[in-house]
Design a protein around this ligand. Structure first.
Ligand code: BEZ
Length: 238
């Protein structure tokens, strides 16, 4: 098997502060993440403007932007193309592309130009085994304190699932608000795990005391109900 030798590049990880940068975008200059304080951010990269998978992703994200804004989450895109390419591509999307019932789609969230790849490299979006000239499909979920909470990477050929991005965002916000964890394939309104992973001793006590509303499958696996209403109206976190 061929081995590829390459320099090891430090990449931000879950729990790290989101690396700061200044950038030129289709919505003007930004200071990241400070311009987005008090909000969650999804910072995502795409390989290139004027490509089909990216076009379908941008149309989908732009169409659904309001759903993310309602969840207090702002979207910020990036590719290692220049501003004029971004502007021309977004104009083409708006004026010419009709796809899956979507048309006249205006991308209102900022799209960062990163010709120098400085930001893409800072965020580990250039993965040399995949491409040295295009960013992979990275998604960084950053909380209102500027901390990276989740990262997803896809290769170039795989379009993202925006229902999953939304589900992950709601799950993280719910876990923070109620100190719970969410199960495989969890959807808002379904039972949640108590206490959060890693505190099994408490779960053991729970099983013994048969706390109301808590159902235990074994000493390490207890769930409780959390209504859609509670998920939709979480208590404010300080
Ligand atoms: C696309 O978005 O269609 C794409 C971009 C780069 C490589 C492969 C596909």
């Amino acid at each position: 098997m061929e081995t590829i030798e390459r320099e090891i590049v430090a990449m931000p990880r879950i729990g790290d502060k989101a690396p700061k940068f200044q950038a030129v975008t289709t919505q003007g200059n930004i200071n990241f993440p400070s311009d987005f304080t008090n909000s969650w951010i999804i910072l995502f990269s795409h390989p290139a403007d004027f490509t089909p998978v990216c076009t379908s992703e941008f149309m989908t994200f732009a169409k659904r932007e309001q759903e993310f804004l309602k969840l207090n989450c702002q979207l910020v895109g990036l590719s290692i193309d220049g501003l004029y390419s971004h502007i021309a591509w977004l104009r083409t999307i708006k004026e010419k592309i009709e796809f899956k019932g979507m048309k006249d789609i205006e991308v209102k969230f900022p799209l960062i130009e990163d010709i120098t790849m400085e930001i893409a490299n800072k965020y580990g979006m250039i993965q040399l085994g995949e491409s040295s000239t295009k960013a992979v499909r990275a998604v960084f979920f950053i909380n209102p304190h500027g901390i990276i909470r989740a990262i997803i990477y896809y290769l170039l050929s795989l379009g993202r699932n925006f229902d999953e991005l939304k589900r992950a965002l709601i799950a993280m916000q719910t876990a923070d608000a109620y100190n719970i964890a969410t199960l495989a394939d969890w959807q808002p309104g379904e039972d949640v795990i108590v206490p959060p992973a890693g505190s099994c001793g408490v779960a053991k006590d729970r099983m013994e005391t048969e706390e109301e509303g808590v159902e235990c499958y074994d000493w390490f696996f207890c769930t409780k109900k959390l209504s859609l209403e509670q998920v939709n109206h979480p208590p404010k976190i300080k």
